[in-house]
Design a protein around this ligand. Structure first.
Ligand SMILES: [Zn+2]
Length: 68
């Protein structure tokens, strides 16, 4: 079905260690924005402006490509 939510397409995925900074395990979140409601994404705990942020950030469907 075209209306199937993306987050239902991807069940539990292994959370890998960050491939960018290699420092912390990545974490899975669910988007709450209007455009991507309920779409999961995965980012490094180090991601963000703090701690000279890590750039690891992927939508769950992109992440699934190399996490499995
Ligand atoms: Zn990282």
């Amino acid at each position: 079905m075209a209306t199937e939510r993306l987050h239902l397409t991807f069940g539990p995925l292994p959370l890998i260690n960050c491939t960018s900074c290699g420092f912390r395990r990545v974490k899975r979140y669910t988007s709450s924005t209007e455009e991507n409601k309920d779409r999961d994404f995965v980012k490094c705990i180090n991601h963000g402006p703090k701690f000279e942020g890590c750039d690891f950030w992927y939508w769950i469907d992109e992440y699934a490509n190399f996490a499995t």
